[in-house]
Design a protein. Structure first.
Length: 765
């Protein structure tokens, strides 16, 4: 690419990989290297529809996201990527692709959100089990109907330090999982076997500056601990250390009960009365995700620590800073750090519990606040577990880690400290307590170097831009939907309210048809430009795109407005709810192409100029404000129509069908299956819901593929489709299904062949 080259930091490389490719990315780094800072930044500097998830409730709240299980509707238990596994009576809860189907019965809004998702960010990935990642892959492939792409075509950003806390797996669980996975770590998931994440490591350490300490931590991570390292660490063992007189010092221990006991005991030993402070909890907020105690007990002299950075701008404290309660008057809590700084009055902090929703107006993923937790951002700090200390920074700490049950615990505990000067060991550390898992060390050692990552990004950027630009001019699905919409005006006799607008619909389609022809021609030109790999290919693509956008954009915009104005004119008519929903869905497809054309302009420009992406670039320009207002009005009209129809049905339901002289029409079983499919359900779900065999449901949907009402690529990849059709030309038998299966082999299912052959009927018609 003809770009000015500059030396990029690992964080900048990671941002490029996210914004300019579709490759999965693993962003890691030692403790204190800025992983959380990067997470905050990428949310504001990506053009992709994105969400954040984490393995636990507290991790999700801290990351500003949601839990994996709640977002994807995943039941607790193991997931075995084996539909043929026979589940027997066992104490271990087991899920398979077959049993997971019933859990995919999620709301339409959540399905639509996952279908629009472009970037999935998984934080605290050290705790993510391989089978849970394969479950996410299964859900995304199913909901997005893209079985041949990892995660259904969604890019995944993994963030975390594998040398810290590992996934939790019981022995009886591992005895089952070991038949499918080499280890429990996320990178062993089957979905990643042919799609390795790009490994990028943040290397600038912000927490520590002492080179001796940094070298010691590096050796701990890499299983290269020397006797000199052990001797250095154990020189901080102080058997007669007086804990009670230690100022601003916290004990890090490995077990919850010990940390709780130390805190309770120290608080009870303080003279004076207890003061209690209750959190204010509104809306939904799971008690397992409470960031601090909901009922906080304090006394004068209590040692506390902050679990948040000061967001007031005064920089009075940071996450992990330890102080003492010096005064309590009514609800005013004064904190003194006893370091010469002025004591200050503590203020409460608000944590938000969110859920993600697809904005029906803008088609973007929005965060919706569903609950808040307001409390003082502190906790008692005589002791804390290593697990809960992740992300905190301490100046002084007593490490009670000689009984560490996971190798990463020792590293996590030590890496909380700014320097060795603040270290006290309660007991000598044994060498076997700090040996890292060889699986992790081997994985880290196989990471690519910086130059290899740069080359990969350059190669993948070309592929990404090609696919991203062509997607904006791929009008096949929009053309199909418009054509089917026009045809629907005469399909059912009793739709009189809709039928009288047939001329309007036909005019809309006639306006679009030339666009489809020209878009196909332009797409072929784009492919030639990309495949030429000329040095200035991107400048050429940019110029051609701007010219094409100036042609396509006004027509699409006018069509969008025409639909919205048409809806406005319909608002006084009766029994139009379904019709309004059809029109709104059609307008949404038009708007998606307008959005994509705008995004292509931004993406190409930022790549050409090496400019960092910013969400503000994608805010809707002035000429779209009219459309946004019209859509809001349209949604209001649709909701009103739905209310009126419910009222009508309620009043007529009081009369029996016999009184009204009506006969119960027998529904078309294919139409029932098609209706469920349009709701976003997969064939397996429809089969289960209707109590019909999967092959029957596939026959129903094949019928609509043959009519051109379902794109065959929803079920078969383009590559496989081409192979099936080519092979079918060589077979002269009337029924080609069985001979084709024998010819194509195990890589092709009967379902894929059936769907592909259905298109030939459509083409003949």
């Amino acid at each position: 690419m003809n770009q000015t080259r500059k030396i990029l930091s690992p964080a900048e490389l990671a941002a490029q990989c996210i914004n300019q490719t579709n490759k999965p990315v693993f962003l890691t780094g030692k403790a204190g290297t800025g992983k959380t800072t990067f997470l905050r930044s990428i949310i504001n500097h990506t053009h992709k529809n994105s969400i954040i998830v984490a393995p636990t409730g507290i991790a999700a709240i801290n990351a500003g996201g949601v839990t994996i299980h709640s977002q994807f509707g995943i039941p607790f238990g193991l997931f075995l990527p084996d539909s043929g596994y026979k589940i027997e009576n066992t104490n271990t809860k087991i899920n398979t692709p077959y049993t997971m189907v019933k859990h995919l019965n999620m709301r339409d809004q959540k399905r639509k959100l996952l279908q629009e998702l472009e970037l999935l960010i998984i934080d605290e990935v050290s705790m993510l089990r391989a089978d849970l990642l394969d479950t996410i892959d299964f859900v995304l492939k199913s909901v997005r109907r893209q079985q041949h792409k990892p995660f259904g075509g969604v890019q995944v950003l993994f963030i975390g330090d594998l040398m810290q806390l590992p996934p939790v797996v019981k022995e009886e669980e591992w005895n089952i999982l070991r038949n499918y996975y080499s280890s429990v770590y996320f990178f062993e998931a089957q979905v990643l076997r042919n799609e390795k994440p790009v490994y990028i490591e943040l290397d600038k350490i912000y927490r520590q500056s002492d080179n001796t300490f940094i070298d010691l931590l590096n050796n701990l991570r890499n299983n290269k601990v020397t006797q000199a390292n052990i001797d250095l660490l154990n020189s901080y063992y102080k058997p007669n250390f007086d804990v009670t007189s230690a100022l601003n010092t916290i004990t890090l221990t490995t077990h919850n009960n010990k940390a709780d006991t130390l805190n309770r005991s120290a608080l009870q030993q303080l003279k004076g009365q207890s003061y209690f402070f209750s959190a204010t909890i509104d809306g939904e907020f799971n008690e397992y995700a409470y960031p601090v105690e909901a009922y906080l007990e304090l006394k004068l002299g209590a040692q506390i620590m902050f679990i948040k950075n000061d967001v007031s701008g005064k920089q009075q404290y940071f996450n992990g800073k330890i102080g003492v309660v010096s005064s309590i008057i009514d609800k005013d809590i004064e904190i003194d750090f006893r370091d010469g700084t002025k004591p200050f009055i503590l203020e409460k902090h608000e944590w938000k519990n969110i859920k993600y929703e697809l904005n029906p107006v803008t088609n973007e993923i929005d965060e919706t606040e569903i609950g808040t937790f307001i409390q003082y951002p502190i906790k008692l700090a005589w002791a804390i577990t290593v697990h809960k200390s992740q992300g905190l920074t301490f100046e002084k700490a007593i490490l009670d880690i000689n009984r560490a049950f996971a190798p990463g615990q020792v590293y996590v505990a030590l890496s909380r400290l700014k320097s060795l000067d603040g270290l006290v060991l309660s007991a000598p550390i044994q060498f076997n307590a700090i040996s890292q898992d060889k699986t992790l060390v081997d994985y880290a050692e196989n990471k690519p170097n910086t130059e290899e990552v740069k080359q990969l990004i350059d190669q993948e950027t070309v592929l990404f831009l090609k696919g991203y630009t062509l997607k904006a001019y791929d009008f096949v699905w929009l053309y199909t939907c418009l054509r089917n919409h026009v045809a629907s005006y005469t399909m059912v006799e009793n739709k009189s309210n809709k039928q009288k607008h047939q001329v309007w619909a036909q005019e809309l389609f006639d306006k679009f048809e030339p666009l489809k022809v020209n878009a196909d021609k332009f797409s072929n030109q784009l492919i030639q430009i990309f495949e030429s790999r000329a040095e200035d290919y991107l400048q050429t693509v940019s110029a051609r795109h701007i010219a094409a956008k100036n042609y396509f954009y006004p027509v699409l915009k006018e069509m969008s407005k025409s639909i919205l104005v048409h809806i406005e004119l319909l608002k006084e008519e009766k029994q139009i709810k379904t019709y309004l929903e059809e029109l709104l869905e059609l307008e949404g497809l038009l708007y998606k192409h307008l959005q994509q054309l705008d995004k292509v302009t931004t993406v190409i420009n930022n790549v050409l100029t090496n400019t960092e992406f910013n969400k503000q670039q994608l805010k809707f320009n002035a000429n779209q404000q009219e459309r946004l207002e019209l859509v809001r009005q349209t949604i209001a009209i649709t909701e009103k129509a739905a209310f009126e129809e419910r009222k009508t049905k309620k009043s007529t339901s009081k009369k029996t069908k016999k009184e009204m002289g009506l006969r119960e029409p027998k529904p078309d079983t294919k139409e029932l299956s098609f209706a469920l499919y349009k709701q976003g359900k997969m064939p397996e779900e429809i089969s289960q819901e209707r109590g019909l065999g999967l092959t029957t449901i596939e026959s129903h949907l094949s019928h609509y593929v043959s009519l051109g009402m379902i794109a065959v690529t929803q079920f078969v990849s383009k590559e496989k489709f081409d192979i099936i059709i080519e092979a079918s030309k060589k077979i002269e038998a009337e029924s080609k299904l069985t001979p084709l299966k024998q010819e194509l082999g195990e890589d092709f299912s009967y379902s894929e062949i059936k769907y592909a052959l259905a298109t030939q009927k459509h083409l003949t018609k």
